[in-house]
Each structure stands twice: as C-alpha cells, then as structure tokens.
Design a protein around this ligand. Structure first.
Ligand SMILES: Cc1cc2nc3c(=O)[nH]c(=O)nc-3n(C[C@H](O)[C@H](O)[C@H](O)COP(=O)(O)OP(=O)(O)OC[C@H]3O[C@@H](n4cnc5c(N)ncnc54)[C@H](O)[C@@H]3O)c2cc1C
Length: 272
C-alpha cells in the first residue's frame, strides 16, 4: 500500500485491506470507481437502497488520500466560516455547519450499526495564532463561529506545549482510524453481497445512450446504468486536473511516555 512507491502512512502501516470478491457477474446498476471513503460509503448506501454496485479500485481499498489523511472529523474547514459567509452568505455557511454535524452523527451511526472498531473519539480543537499577522484572522474566525452558533471560546491556555499568541477552543471534533473505518464498512458491504474488484486498471470505457461499458486490464467488460468516479479527482474529466499540484505534508507519529490527561487537536493558522 505504499503511496509514493516508498512510504506507508500510519493508517496503512498494518496489513493492506485485501478483500476482493472477484465475481463473475459483469452487469451492475452502478459502477463506482475508487475505494476510498467516498466510494465505499456510497457503495454501502446504494446497497442499502437495493442498488447493485460494483466497487472498483486500481490498487487496494484505502490506498488513496483516505489512507493518508490526518483523520480529523472537524466541524470547520480550511476555508474559514467568515470567508464562507463573505463569499456565499450566512445561510450557506449555516447549512455547511449543519452538514458537518450530520456527518459526524452519520459516522457514529455506521460505527454502531456495523460494529466497526476504529478508535472513534471526540475532543475539542485549539486553533491559535503563531504570528502577529494571524491575530486578526483568528478574531474573524471567532466572530463567525459566534454568529453561526458554533461553540467556540477564547482561551488563555492550550493543552500543548507550543508557544502561541491568541487561541480559541472549538467544541465538537472527532477523530478515528480511517482505514479501519472503511474496512468495517467494506466488510458489511461484502457480507451483504457487494462486489469489489481491486488491482485492476480501467483500460477503456464508453457511454452509449446511457449504457456504461467499462473494460479492465484483465479484459473483462462490465456494464452498468451509472458510473461514479470516486477517485478523489476524476481522472482527465474536468479542469481540476490542470489545477493539481503535488504537496507533501510532514507528520510525526509519537508514542507518549505516559497516558495523556486530555485528548485534543490543535493547529496554527496558515496561509493555504
Ligand atoms: C495530508 C492530508 C490530510 C487530510 N486530513 C483530513 C482530515 O483530517 N479530515 C478530513 O476530513 N479530510 C482530510 N483530508 C482530506 C480527505 O483525506 C480526503 O478528502 C478523502 O480521504 C478523499 O477520499 P476519497 O475516497 O474521495 O479519495 P481517495 O481516498 O483518494 O480514494 C480514491 C481511490 O480511487 C482509486 N483510483 C484513483 N484513480 C483510479 C482509476 N483511474 N481507476 C481505479 N481506481 C482509481 C485510488 O486507488 C483510491 O483508492 C486530508 C487530505 C490530505 C491529503
């Protein structure tokens, strides 16, 4: 499951998710390309509604971004709510905030429903300014959270030994083991008859009058009425491809000497 030919993320450090159903069935209602959190969640939801799906990945499930995420499930975004209010209005920002709450509840429900062991836990987030120029941004973030009713407090201390100027504490965050989570969903999907094909590249596909024909590298041709690209960025399908640039994040994984008193997330402000 190496992501760049060499490195494995912490979430991918154990065994790869190796399931594959390798069914002879070639006709489906919906083919979903990409077995990350998006594709797997969609496959399970469609299956629950009686849709016959094929989930297909060129590598193994969790190979992509889902296996390399920070694993936070937050109720705010890299784009701050004050920017969202400025660009799209307060109602849109409220809707977005409500959707984050629904997402967290949805993940919790799945964990209970499918008995997924993925270290789900809840905590608060400490967002701080590290430089003078960031104080104003932090104040605008705080004000927008007050306006939208997102529980956020100005604090004088953070539970990390990091120098900071100003800080706010945002309630209602969660975190989990992402590949264990998708593995649990996938197990439920397969147990209920879902089809999964892995390590197959798409060599050709066509859409003739709404009938999808998709050929994989082993010369199989699958048909379906719908095709979903859950590949994070749809390959060669829109202008996003031209906007993509490679980034590398550096992360330390450390084992604490003692049990921590408090579970929390933190970050400074940054210019994306
Ligand atoms: C460093 C980093 C940290 C992040 N931290 C967070 C966070 O803390 N919280 C958060 O909510 N989000 C975070 N994100 C974003 C989040 O991880 C992604 O939005 C999410 O994982 C995307 O999932 P996905 O299923 O859409 O895509 P992916 O997980 O990338 O899955 C796509 C799958 O498609 C397959 N695929 C691709 N192309 C093809 C093809 N042509 N044929 C067949 N298969 C193909 C890949 O093998 C892969 O398995 C982070 C992202 C990064 C990069």
């Amino acid at each position: 499951m190496t992501r760049d030919g060499f490195n494995r993320s912490f979430w991918q450090s154990k065994e790869d998710i190796k399931f594959s159903t390798d069914s002879d069935d070639l006709a489906f209602d919906t083919i979903i390309v990409g077995a990350g959190i998006t594709g797997i969640t969609l496959a399970k939801e469609l299956q629950n509604r009686g849709v016959k799906c094929l989930l297909l990945d060129k590598k193994n499930p969790g190979f992509g971004t889902t296996g390399g995420t920070t694993a936070h499930i937050n109720n705010f975004y890299d784009a701050a709510y004050f920017e969202i209010i400025n660009n799209f209005g307060k109602e849109a920002a409220k809707e977005l905030l409500a959707s984050t709450r629904e997402t967290i509840d949805y993940i919790k429900r799945n964990i209970l429903r499918y008995g997924i062991n993925c270290d789900f836990s809840s905590c608060d987030f400490f967002l701080y300014s590290a430089e003078e120029g960031q104080d104003d941004q932090l104040e605008q973030i705080y004000a927008a959270h007050q306006e939208l009713g997102l529980a956020t407090y100005e604090v004088d201390e953070i539970p990390f030994n990091i120098p900071f100027r100003k800080a706010i504490q945002i309630e209602g965050q969660s975190q989990f083991h992402p590949t264990n989570y998708i593995k649990g969903l996938l197990e439920a999907y397969i147990m209920e008859g879902g089809a999964l094909v892995t390590h197959k590249v798409i060599s050709d596909y066509s859409n003739e009058n709404g009938k999808i024909m998709l050929q994989t590298s082993d010369q199989r041709i699958y048909t379906a009425n719908n095709l979903v690209w859950a590949t994070h960025i749809p390959p060669g399908k829109n202008r996003f491809d031209f906007l993509l640039a490679p980034y590398r994040s550096y992360v330390f994984t450390l084992k604490l000497r003692d049990d921590s008193d408090i579970l929390a997330q933190a970050a400074d402000l940054y210019d994306p």
